[in-house]
Design a protein around this ligand. Structure first.
Ligand code: ATP
Length: 369
């Protein structure tokens, strides 16, 4: 059963000195869900987060929280009245307060302050460190304290701005999973800002991909990877290459790899020139296949190997081979297309690209919607 709507951004524009940094932004988050704003540097993620927090005014549209308008042009409900918590990249802990005092800071008047603080200390696995001071903690521990402090007043929504970017690889991965578990255990709704898609995938139920101030797609991680709606999302999420093809029917494309058929129907005219997205998991190792590709690059990943392949026309692809399929660059290998779905975009400048069908031109079969 789906949860009630919590956050609703409607036709939002925000920016500085009337210059729109973000515009036409529509997205919503249900109670208990974790959303993420993902995109390259400068695309407007932090500005959007600050508008939700009430630190930036809205130029157009509105922001609703639990059905109440909290921002609209000329009206900004004060940040402290929103019951929205924040976790920052630099933790922003109070250096002169102990871990327990930091966590209790926002609930000093609460009669159950001691119990709530003890529970949160356990939840973030710092039960034994309540009397330490921030400078006596590692970066990961400090970020856990910041999370517990933000959770203590039971915010209606928690905003996390690049919360793991000061941490290194493995810790970052571990903490992002832990944070998801903690938020889910408490049923806390949250919006995370990051430019790291691995982090976005690890934490979020829904991800919004931003490009130059526009939300390109607000969707599940699965759909962003397998059903990107714009060429930008297709290129930005995951790895993949485009190869040229020609639409033979609404759900099949003729390419130099043969006929590729999917479970989506495209509305471009039959015969349109299209670019077909192929991810490394769409091309499989098939030693006996008559379809051959030249190995031009190789990255050993341990459990698998990522090969960069070149086709006779010069088009390049990537493919994940089992680790034991060990070949050298310069060799030809047999491959097979294993895509059961098809993601195509009209070739820029083609007739199809000029038709006003929306960038993806997708008509989904009823069974897949
Ligand atoms: P990053 O990942 O680098 O933090 P971001 O996607 O969060 O990027 P924003 O911080 O929202 O991007 O910035 C979006 C745009 O707004 C940028 O071009 C930035 O230069 C501009 N900008 C941000 N803050 C201000 C400000 N206070 N005054 C004027 N322009 C600003």
């Amino acid at each position: 059963m789906s949860q009630p709507l919590l956050l609703n951004l409607r036709d939002l524009a925000c920016g500085f000195h009337a210059q729109r940094v973000v515009q036409g932004l529509n997205l919503h988050l249900n109670q208990g869900d974790i959303g993420c704003l993902l995109g390259p540097s400068g695309c407007g993620k932090t500005t959007t987060l600050r508008a939700i927090a009430g630190f930036e005014a809205v130029l157009e549209g509105e922001i609703q929280l639990a059905g109440e308008v909290i921002s609209s042009p000329g009206f900004t409900l004060a940040p402290e009245k929103r019951r929205i918590g924040m976790v920052f990249q630099d933790y922003a802990l109070f250096p002169h307060l102990s871990v327990a005092q930091n966590i209790a800071f926002g609930i000093r008047q609460h009669p159950d302050q001691a119990r709530i603080t003890a529970e949160l200390l356990e939840l973030v696995k710092l039960g034994a460190l309540g009397n330490r001071y921030p400078h006596e903690l590692s970066g990961g521990q400090q970020q856990r304290v910041a999370l517990a402090r933000a959770l203590a007043p039971e915010p209606r929504l928690l905003l996390l701005d690049e919360p793991f970017s000061n941490l290194d690889g493995e810790l970052r991965r571990r903490l992002s999973h832990e944070v998801r578990d903690i938020l889910k255990a408490r049923g806390t709704s949250a919006i995370l800002v990051t430019h790291d898609q691995e982090e976005a995938f690890a934490v979020s139920d829904h991800i919004g991909v931003f490009h130059e101030g526009r939300l390109q797609q607000w969707d599940t991680p699965y759909n962003l990877y397998h059903e990107p709606l714009t060429p930008f999302v297709a290129s930005f999420i995951g790895q993949g290459y485009f190869i040229r093809g020609q639409l033979l029917s609404p759900d099949s494309v003729q390419t130099e790899l043969g006929l590729i058929r999917g479970n989506r129907a495209y509305t471009w005219p039959i015969g349109s020139a299209v670019d077909v997205l192929l991810r490394p998991d769409d091309i499989v190792y098939a030693p006996d296949s008559p379809l051959k590709a030249l190995i031009v690059g190789k990255t050993f990943l341990g459990a698998a190997t990522l090969y960069r392949l070149q086709l006779p026309t010069g088009s390049q692809l990537e493919s994940i081979f089992p680790s034991h399929a060990d070949h050298l660059p310069g060799h030809q290998v047999g491959i097979r297309v294993a895509a059961d779905h098809l993601v195509v975009f009209p070739v820029p400048g083609s007739v199809a690209a000029q038709l006003n069908l929306g960038e993806s031109g997708v008509r989904r079969y009823s069974t897949t919607t």
